[in-house]
Every structure is written in C-alpha cells, then in structure tokens.
Design a protein around this ligand. Structure first.
Ligand SMILES: [Zn+2]
Length: 330
C-alpha cells in the first residue's frame, strides 16, 4: 500500500477520533427553546413534542433551576397566549402583563447569569395567525408589519432580553429592529439574531401544536423560503448581515446543512446558529423509540453534523439531555 492510503492510524484511539472535529459540542453552544403560556401556574405536556411542556411564569424557577445547575447557559422564549384578546396587529405580543415580557423579567431576577433570547413573532398574537399586518385582500402589508415587529422587539429588549430573534422573515425587519434598538439606547446592549434562512418546512408541526400558531387561512409560504431555494437563502443571509444582524440563523437544521455551510462561508465573521426544530427532534425521538438507533448516539450525530457544517450555536429541544450526556463519558 502507498503511504497516502493509510489514514486509520490517525483515528484509531477514541480521543484521536474526537480530535477530528473542528468544533466539539459544549454546553455554551446550546440554546434551549421554551414555551411560555399566560397561565402562571401552567405545566402542560405537549403530546407531539415528547418531554417538552408549556410553562407558566411561576413554574420557571422549579423548571430551569436544576438545568442551570447542570450548565444551561441560554434559553429562547416563545410566547403561547391562550387567554388573550388577539387582534389584527398582534397587540398582546408586547403586553407588559403578557407571558413573554413577564418571563423575561422573572428570569432576569431569578437567574442573573442566564442569557435570555426572545423570539419575535406576531403569528401567535394576531387574529388571523399571520406574522404581520394584512391588506384588505389578506396579503401581507410589509411596511407596517416591519414597524410593528420592530416595536415588539424593542419592547422585549427594554424588558431585559439579551437577544431578540425575529422569526417572521418580513423584508427589511433586521434593519428596522436594529434602528429601533439604537433609538431606544439599546443598540449596544441587545443582540439581534436573525432567522435569516427560514424555510417553509414540514418539520414545524409539533411546534404549531405547542404554540397554537397555525394560520387561520392560507400559509406562510409568501415569507418563508421554498425548500429548494438555495440561492434565495444565500441572498437573505447576505441581506441580513448588511442590515445589522449580530447572529445568523438557519432553520430547520438537518435537511439544510448545505445552507448552514453556505452561511458560514457568506458570514464568516458572525456566530452562526441553527434551529433543530420540533419535527427534527420528534423524528429523532420516534426513530429511537422504534428501535432504529440509540437516542443519545443519534442526537450527538445530528449535532455534530450541524457543527461540521459550520454552526456555532444550536437551538435544540435536546438541550436538557445534552447537559447530562456531556457530563458522561462519550
Ligand atoms: Zn410569526
């Protein structure tokens, strides 16, 4: 055999196998998505998202305290309003008594070290279930939508969010939010994480179940990207960098590893997040239950694929398990 044929000597030891990674999963890279509802005492199982619950503000201490002890560093909050008066412009989104703002304030007090990101989205708060304001014919009216989304983002930042993360995919909203944060004197205190390449995926089903956010008519295809749209995703990433995003995100993760790789090439100077969405999580859990693979091994394989593609931050429902698994011997 030729010298150049021999590779196995370089990775025959378990430690040497780990050294093959450019980046290894650690606890700082994990952001845990959490559903906050408006009943302060809620602790409600979400059947399609195994192991995850909808939480009330009063339950957050008991829920997150033990995870923080295990090394949880950051969360991203999703509001699930069940008792509010929804309207055309999503007024309850930044209601100071609403679940998200209440949760931000509570978590800042309870856990000063915890990094708190807030998803910014109007879908859960509008009467029509779309992520913006509509024209009379039901199509999205972009300028006032962007203005409203920026207003909500700034109010989350004012409440104490370390990071605001708009998931709406409206044109121009990154610039509007950045200017809004600057105008509120928060430009240097709040991170802007853009869902830059968010695809219209079949993998959001369990999330919609959890958040109660299916649109009342139509779909979100006019603003979420078509799954085959690689060029479009690249343009969206370039745009959001130029509009002032501090972190770029690709969502979902596993079927879009090529887009993560594109993002790491297009935005090499930014942290790069990916969202292992509800359907990816449910799929991995279901496969393990069906005996297709071992859950832990597959969960690590999925995270490693994202890191290999270039991600530096992973939003994952596996976060509590990863915190335990990372303390164990691999
Ligand atoms: Zn939305």
């Amino acid at each position: 055999m030729e010298i150049s044929s021999i590779l196995q000597g370089g990775y025959n030891h378990p430690l040497a196998r780990q050294w093959q990674a450019q980046r290894q999963l650690d606890k700082n890279m994990l952001m845990y998505p959490i559903f906050i509802t408006d009943d302060p005492q809620a602790e409600v199982v979400i059947p399609s998202l195994p192991g995850q619950k909808r939480w009330g503000v009063d339950k957050l201490e008991g829920f997150l305290g033990p995870l923080i002890k295990k090394g949880l560093k950051s969360v991203i909050l999703f509001g699930v309003p069940l008792n509010c008066q929804k309207d055309e412009r999503g007024s309850p989104a930044d209601d100071t008594e609403g679940p998200v703002i209440q949760a931000i304030k509570k978590l800042r007090t309870l856990f000063p070290e915890l990094y708190i990101a807030a998803d910014v989205c109007l879908c859960e708060y509008t009467s029509h279930g779309h992520c913006g304001l509509l024209h009379e014919d039901g199509t999205i009216n972009t300028p006032p939508s962007v203005e409203r989304i920026a207003e909500v983002a700034v109010n989350y930042a004012k409440a104490g969010a370390h990071c605001v993360a708009p998931s709406d995919m409206m044109d121009g909203r990154i610039r509007a939010i950045k200017l809004g944060l600057m105008g509120a004197g928060l430009g240097n205190r709040c991170t802007l994480m853009s869902y830059s390449a968010k695809f219209a995926s079949s993998l959001y089903g369990p999330f919609r179940d959890a958040a109660g956010s299916a649109p009342s008519f139509g779909n979100r295809k006019c603003y979420q990207l078509p799954p085959a749209g690689r060029g479009l995703a690249r343009r969206a990433i370039i745009r959001d960098v130029s509009e002032g995003a501090d972190i770029i995100m690709v969502k979902p993760a596993l079927p879009y590893l090529d887009i993560i790789a594109s993002a790491s090439e297009l935005a090499p100077n930014h942290p790069l997040a990916c969202y292992q969405v509800s359907g990816e999580y449910a799929m991995i859990v279901a496969g393990a239950k069906a005996g297709v693979y071992d859950l832990k091994t597959m969960a690590f394989e999925s995270a490693d694929s994202m890191l290999r593609a270039g991600a530096t931050l992973i939003l994952s429902y596996f976060t509590p398990q990863f915190l335990e698994w990372l303390d164990e011997e691999k």
